[in-house]
Design a protein around this ligand. Structure first.
Ligand SMILES: [Zn+2]
Ligand SMILES: [Zn+2]
Length: 247
């Protein structure tokens, strides 16, 4: 299994990276996590006719803007988009003229699945739970090739964050803030918050992503975040747009 970070910024694209998208290449399928502008690079890695599942955490624009580049994907097979309630309404509202090319005009078929919190086997085995973010957001815990990959973005550390991450082989966690504000109503995490969560959850490795481009404008700033997180949890890494994990 390989995990490709295609976009590792939150909020907006900058020289540090594109908005969030991650591609997981497994024996049986391709799994894409979020559809920021990083999604436009997914076609470079999708070479086989395996099923493609796209999990959206929420509908903030930085997580769905890359859907406008779906036509760039060289798919012969259909694409299944999964997210919480409101997915179909979002697609019908935003991915129509005059905002974007409608998904029905794509050369491949789109299927959708609206999820409730809980466990699924579709046949991808996963669990989804609500996170602590300003608008409805799901985190995912995926069971892939005897490994657990947890993806929590966007959120501040919370109980469901911990549940999704517990015992994960790889926890991919957002790092929107340089310093968590005490009165955080928006819901993001700073390097120390992610490190503490990783320790508490007993994960094997933590990858920070969804870096706020204002808080982490350079590669050096992301490496500082990695250093701060490693003081709490040694097996921490800052992801970059070209980061690949093989496991
Ligand atoms: Zn975001
Ligand atoms: Zn968000």
């Amino acid at each position: 299994m390989k995990i490709f970070f295609l976009g590792t910024n939150g909020w907006y694209d900058s020289t540090a990276g594109s908005t969030p998208s991650i591609l997981i290449d497994t024996v049986d399928s391709y799994i894409i996590l979020d559809a920021g502008f990083g999604l436009a690079k997914a076609g470079e890695y999708i070479k086989k006719d395996k099923p493609v599942y796209l999990f959206l955490t929420h509908f903030h624009l930085d997580h769905i803007c890359g859907l406008s580049a779906l036509s760039k994907l060289p798919l012969k097979q259909s694409l299944t988009i999964l997210s919480h309630k409101g997915l179909n309404k979002m697609l019908k509202t935003l991915f129509v003229h005059p905002y974007a090319s409608p998904t029905k005009d794509l050369s491949f078929k789109i299927k959708t699945k609206e999820l409730k919190e809980g466990s699924y086997n579709l046949p991808i085995k996963f669990e989804c739970r609500k996170l602590a973010h300003i608008d409805l957001t799901f985190g995912y815990r995926l069971y892939l090739e005897d490994k657990i990959i947890s993806y929590c973005s966007d959120t501040k550390p919370c109980i469901n964050d911990l549940k999704l991450a517990t015992g994960a082989d790889i926890l991919i966690h957002e790092c929107g803030y340089n310093l968590q504000p005490p009165d955080d109503f928006w819901g993001h995490t700073d390097p120390e918050g992610a490190g503490k969560l990783a320790i508490e959850a007993g994960v094997k490795k933590l990858y920070l992503t969804h870096f706020g481009p204002n808080a982490f404008p350079t590669r050096a700033k992301r490496l500082e975040a990695q250093k701060r997180t490693r003081k709490i949890f040694k097996n921490s890494f800052s992801a970059f747009d070209d980061t690949m994990i093989e496991l």
